[in-house]
Design a protein around this ligand. Structure first.
Ligand code: CP3
Length: 347
């Protein structure tokens, strides 16, 4: 842990802060010309697997934007590769898993003993932590079991998650074995990042909102709690993020994550109320607001700060990642606005 007294870590722990910390999911990405310049020369996987490049991309974004944290540049799906599932990123379709997992033999073949092959991310974390020292905390991340399973089973992005839910409904024991294997590798991956200097781990469960509350509780919560508990034994706080999760929030809190990430569909104070008194929230501006005039961006940011009302444990972020065509100037203006207008989070 390089920046234990940073605004972000303090907010995660529910301690008072001088102002609300702000960072953005996908703050290093295609909307930024500096990233596109590196991307012209290297594939996404090469950047992720070359610690100097991953660190450079991470650091550049966190230096250009006035943000309060650097999120390590990597991808959610890298752990699938070391489990024996080759993948590539196609420009039109997004990620493609070449041989999706569909039956019990496929699940049994998945390896859980090769997480050390992901050490390139931890190496990048240590370069970033060394660069920023106490100035900025480093966020490491991994996928949650449901969202990882959805890519593993569908073979890529999905709209209705038919194969995933089919396995969950018709072969629940197999589905649970798969989630358990994904948790094992994701937990090792997160622990490597913490050992290398990550101050906080964010667990991405981007597509968990496709589940009913009953299915989330019955088929997914237990394994997700196991992941969060394993990460917490490393000593860093956990931010657990999903989208479309309005009806799942109270159950998501039962994972034990200190902070829950909200998307933009739920008003921040209403989402926070569903989580109960203990713990923080992260969010939750609609990333598409960044395509509006800067005055509208600022108005919407202020509305979120008003809903947080200076309560301890608010971390400002978008409700999902920055989109590729987003104007950089608006991202900078948003971060500055939050830094200049947020109240002390003292009570
Ligand atoms: O700055 C950061 O936030 C760190 C970088 C980061 C990437 N992926 C790099 C990336 C993070 C946090 C992720 C997480 C990730 N990856 C998630 C969870 C977050 C979310 O957005 O819900 C998911 C679902 C993935 C899987 C993934 N990787 C998809 C679906 C895609 C295609 C998206 C697209 O718009 O094409 C990727 C590719 C990817 N990962 C890009 C980046 C910057 C863009 C592609 C590129 O540079 O070619």
């Amino acid at each position: 842990m390089a920046a234990p007294d940073s605004l972000l870590v303090r907010a995660c722990k529910g301690l008072p802060v001088d102002r609300t910390p702000v960072w953005f999911m996908r703050q290093a990405g295609r909307y930024m010309p500096e990233y596109r310049a590196i991307r012209r020369r290297h594939s996404l996987l090469t950047i992720c697997k070359t610690p100097d490049l991953a660190a450079e991309v991470t650091i550049t974004a966190a230096e250009i934007l006035p943000v309060d944290a650097a999120i390590i540049f990597a991808d959610l799906l890298l752990p699938l590769e070391v489990m024996g599932l080759p993948l590539y990123f196609s420009s039109g379709e997004g990620p493609v898993i070449e041989r999706p997992v569909r039956d019990r033999e496929d699940i049994d073949r998945l390896r859980t003993d090769s997480a050390s092959d992901l050490a390139y991310t931890a190496e990048a974390v240590s370069l970033v932590a060394r660069h920023f020292g106490e100035r900025l905390p480093v966020i490491g991340f991994c996928g949650a079991p449901f969202t990882l399973a959805s890519y593993t089973i569908e073979g890529g992005a999905s709209r209705h998650f038919i194969h995933t839910k089919q396995m969950m409904y018709s072969r629940p024991a197999d589905f649970d074995v798969l989630l358990g294997k994904l948790v094992s590798v994701a937990a090792d991956y997160a622990a490597q990042q913490v050992a290398a200097g990550a101050d906080v781990i964010q667990v991405f469960d981007s597509w968990v909102g496709c589940l009913s509350l009953e299915d989330y509780r019955g088929r997914v919560l237990g394994r997700t709690r196991e992941l969060v508990e394993r990460i917490k034994t490393t000593g860093v706080p956990v931010i657990y993020f999903g989208t479309g999760t309005c009806s799942l929030l109270a159950a998501m809190k039962e994972t034990g994550a200190e902070v829950i990430g909200l998307d933009w569909r739920v008003p921040l104070d209403e989402g926070w109320a569903k989580l109960g008194d203990a713990g923080g929230v992260q969010g939750n501006l609609d990333p598409v607001v960044l395509f509006a005039h800067v005055s509208e961006v600022q108005t919407r940011a202020q509305e979120i700060l008003d809903r947080a009302a200076g309560r301890r444990g608010h971390i400002f972020n978008l409700g999902h990642g920055i989109l590729p065509e987003t104007p950089v100037e608006n991202v900078k203006a948003l971060a500055s606005y939050v830094q200049e207008h947020s109240p002390q989070n003292a009570f």
